[in-house]
Ligand binder design. Structure first.
Ligand SMILES: O=C[C@H](O)[C@H](O)COP(=O)(O)O
Ligand SMILES: C=C(OP(=O)(O)O)C(=O)O
Ligand SMILES: [Mn+2]
Length: 435
């Protein structure tokens, strides 16, 4: 079977050149870091940690700025402390970042005002601009992906280890936000409590080096197989293949066929892996997928990212949870409450409602409560900016507001307010689940 959702590159010679070059470039991540993430996700699968995975639907080359990267990291750090403090559970932090440049599409073409052009497939493939030239797939963009991912990872590593992510900065992350909204003020109270706890520990003589840095990992959808293959290397320590273009790779809803090229590719890697699980998934498929991707039952190797839709998760998820429980293999279950809840507004914006997103998260927790399994994490499309892409939330955005700051290159993301609100709501459910 031909691999699905692959670009049709018009210039195979240029493609060959880029791939040759990519094969010689240094790894973006170290295989040992991938193993560390597997270990951490193992704790998620055992019910001892929670995974927070989030970032843009589609990163763009223009979006590789210090401001943008800092804002994204900041909202993820804020969400993490909310979850960690309110639910007393370690949070494994993974960005949809430094590699999330390729998009599967429902349709190969897009029509606007009677003009039809190839769909935008992410900056890895073509340009967002609606012109015939921009929409031609250009393989040189794959080199751009490598450069953008390297620059993003470099700054992310600097922020997470160089002081920005120090827990003592818990107030500083919120300074421009404190009084601008109820959720900003709620966060501020929590930050004050955390500071008090840190001061108490200092007074006890605890040297809190653990609070100074955070472990933060990069993930993206493994979609364009030529790129992912070119960044797959044999690790000198273990002699095993790792995709060194990111720590965790997932395969999406449209490319997860058991006998498809994407699942075959994942099965060859030693990285931690994810697979999106949509509403048509059956227990038989899930069991076969586990046997294919994690035959040895390694803890933390396999994460299922459910994206059923708010109306389907309560019926659709429990049979899958039961099938996995009875199979006995360790799985980290993560909820993507975004992709099953997309709709178009009458004024033409692709959006999601905050209430539906929240309802799917609640349904995810309900399903796990019913079966007695651990709701291991959430996977969110978000941004650190005050965009207006999803309706609802504390700011009560409506369809007419979307025109104000609709900046996504693909799917609508939660803005900073909505992301933090979600974190507070999830923290409450998580605390109950822990109890
Ligand atoms: O991000 C996911 C997919 O690429 C996206 O949801 C597809 O959207 P489309 O239906 O507009 O192609
Ligand atoms: C394409 C995506 O999701 P899914 O495969 O679940 O549709 C995505 O995560 O952006
Ligand atoms: Mn998306």
């Amino acid at each position: 079977m031909k691999p699905l959702q692959q670009p049709e590159w018009p210039d195979p010679v240029a493609l060959e050149q880029v791939i040759r070059e990519l094969r010689t470039l240094p790894p973006l991540v170290f295989a040992g870091e991938c193993d560390d993430l597997t270990t951490k996700i193992g704790a998620v699968a055992r019910g001892e940690a929670f995974l927070l995975q989030g970032g843009d639907c589609a990163e763009t080359f223009d979006g590789v700025t210090a401001e943008n990267i800092r804002a994204k990291l900041r909202v993820l750090l804020q969400m993490s402390v909310v979850l960690q403090y309110a639910a007393s559970v370690p949070v494994v932090k993974v960005g949809r970042i430094a590699g999330q440049y390729a998009k599967p599409r429902s349709s190969g073409e897009e029509t606007r005002d009677g003009v039809t052009l190839p769909s935008y497939r992410g900056d890895a493939v073509n340009g967002l601009e609606f012109t015939p030239e921009a929409r031609i797939p250009d393989p040189r963009r794959l080199r751009g992906v490598y450069n953008a991912a390297a620059a993003t990872l470099n700054l992310t590593r600097a922020f997470t280890t160089g002081g920005y992510a120090d827990l003592h900065q818990v107030h500083a992350w919120n300074t421009d936000f404190v009084n601008s909204s109820p959720v900003g003020r709620r966060y501020e109270q929590l930050a004050t409590e955390i500071e008090r706890a840190l001061a108490f520990m200092r007074a006890c003589g605890a040297t809190a080096d653990e609070f100074k840095t955070v472990d933060f990992y990069a993930s993206h959808e493994a979609l364009i197989l030529e790129y992912e293959h070119a960044l797959t290397r044999i690790d000198s320590r273990t002699e095993q293949p790792y995709d060194v273009g990111g720590h965790l790779l997932w395969v999406g809803e449209r490319t997860r066929q058991l006998d498809g090229a994407h699942i075959e590719f994942l099965s060859s890697l030693s990285n931690p892996l994810g697979v999106k699980i949509g509403p048509t998934t059956t227990p038989e498929y899930i069991r076969a997928l586990i046997d294919k991707l994690n035959p040895k039952g390694v803890e933390g190797r396999l994460t299922f990212i459910t994206r059923m839709g708010a109306g389907k998760i309560r019926d659709g998820l429990p049979p899958l949870l039961e099938a996995v429980r009875d199979h006995g293999s360790p799985i980290a279950w993560v909820c993507d409450p975004m992709h099953g809840n997309t709709f178009e507004t009458p004024n033409g914006y692709k959006t999601r409602s905050f209430d539906a997103v929240m309802d799917e998260v609640q349904g995810f927790f309900d399903a796990h409560e019913q079966v007695g399994t651990w709701p291991g994490g959430m996977h969110i499309e978000l941004t650190g900016d005050d965009v207006t892409e999803c309706v609802g939330g504390g700011e009560a955005l409506v369809a007419e507001d979307l025109a104000n700051r609709y900046e996504t290159a693909c799917d609508p993301r939660l803005n900073r307010h909505q992301s933090l609100e979600l974190a507070f709501l999830v923290a409450e459910r998580l605390r109950a689940a822990r109890a």
